[in-house]
Structure formats: structure tokens, C-alpha cells
Design a binder for this molecule. Sequence first.
Ligand code: UTP
Length: 288
Amino acid sequence: MRVKKAVFPVAGLGTRFLPATKSTPKEMLPLIDKPLVQYVVEEAVASGIEQILFVTGRGKRAIEDHFDHAFELETLLEDKGKTAELHEVRQIAEMAKIFFVRQKQALGLGHAILCAKEFVGAEPFAVLLGDDIIDAPVPCLGQLLDVYESYRAPVLALEKVPMVNISSYGCVRANQLAKRVYEVLDLVEKPAIIDAPSDLAIIGRYILTPGIFPILEDQAPGKGGEIQLTDALVRLSKQESIFGCQFEGLRHDCGDKLGFLKATVDMALKRDEFNGAFQDYLRMRLCR
Ligand code: UTP
């Protein structure tokens, strides 16, 4: 069955980005002129996703508005003859069929995904986290879907990270099957360096199967008192094989201030519209 549905859990509190995230969703922070979440929706759509469910929480209305039509703005742009801007604003509302459900309490990523049970039904589905912006020749989710096509089983995005950082991630013990493809043998959420089974970290893209839902329904809280997806995946791995795709591309952790700054610089250096001016500024600034 082709993967057509994607779940975007966006109900987290974004505490690493306070005070900016006090009243603005973290997912709406812009990389130059586009909110983080739009980059990720574009990746999903480019990978063939047709329906997107946002699992939202309090204070996340701006995400709904962003993916809706903005009649006043559109009329104004039309009247002023700003056709390029009008087209850009309109197409955001037309990228995919968008749905919303509220996670009433931020009980963890696993709990947020459980809120998607009715939307997902009996189909395989994708999960994308808005923190991870992945600049890749082939969209990262598309790379995972290629692995899914071969194995018809859950697939996790994997990245080798420096061991000093492994405690910030879910981590896997895995058996390499082919270039960039692994069979996942075990998983552990945010391990101490000494307990980490490898330097392969789980990144915010997943293909999951509906078998995850009964597990999430009775999943006990884990690290940080949250219902962790990684803990549920450990149990799922006892029932179904799980695979990993070490994707090709550059990932920016935009849930973290330094990662966000790096992403902004990277994106700005790639923009033709700045015509080298930003590069010149950085050079001048660093030589001071
Ligand atoms: P994070 O662990 O990054 O948490 O969640 P966060 O709250 O967004 O950010 P910090 O750590 O406090 O700064 C990973 C993903 O899971 C979602 C978040 O929105 C993010 O996309 N999430 C997390 C939920 O949807 N619900 C939750 O209860 C927890």
C-alpha cells in the first residue's frame, strides 16, 4: 500500500526556544522568510504525501492559519497586481489536504502520534518532526519511502552523530544490510554515552505501520515522564522487523538555537536573491 498520509506532531512546548515560543509556535519560526513547518510540508508533498494531520496544542493556531486561505491578504495582493506573491501565498493553502487534531496535554511524542489513530486507520503512514530541516538532493522522506517499498515495514531516518551528542537522541543497535540501509535490532531513548549501542541517532522522519497504535495505547511514561515513541518502537520491534535509512543530506536541528542559526546562515548563503551580499558581510564580520 502506498504511503499517502503523514502526521506532524506539533504540540510540543518548545522550551529550548523560550521566550520566542511563549506565544508563537516553534514550527512557525522562519528560516529567512518561510516558517520551519512549511519546509517540512514541502518535503512531505515532494515525497508523494497527499494528506497531512497536524497534532496541535494550545497556542498553535498560527499553523492552521498558515495553511489556510487568507482572503484579505489575497484580495489586497490581487488589487496591487502582486501576482508572484499572490501565487506563493495561495499555493501554501493548496499543497495537500490538511487536517488537525488537538493533543490536549503534551504527554510526549508517542502520545501525540496516538492522537492520529483515527486519521491513519489501517494504512502505513509517515511521521515528520518540524525541528529537523533536511536539505537533501532527494527529499529525506522520499529516501525512507524507497526503503519502505523494499521491506514493507517501519523505517526510521538515521544519522551518525558525534558520540558526545548521542544522549540527545534516540539511538539504535543495527545491522547494516546495504549502503545506507539497516535492520534495527534495538533502540534506546537518549542513552548515556556509555550505554549507547552505536553512534546512529534517530532523526525526525519515520514510516510507521498501524501496529504501533495498540502499543502506544498502553505505553508507560519513559524518559522525562513522557510517553516516548522510542519505547513503543522497542516493543514494535518484537512483533515486526524495523529498518533504518541513513539518509543522504544535511540536517539542521532547528529546535536548538545554535542549529537554527546554522540553518539560517546555510539557507541565506544558498539564496540567489542576496547575490553574494550576505557572504561578503559574513567574511567582513569574521575578519574584524
Ligand atoms: P521535542 O522533544 O523537541 O519537544 O519534541 P518540544 O516541546 O517541541 O521542544 P523543547 O524540547 O521543549 O524545546 C519532538 C517533537 O514532538 C512534538 C514536538 O512538537 C516536536 O515536533 N511533541 C512533543 C508533541 O507533539 N507532543 C508532545 O507532547 C511532545
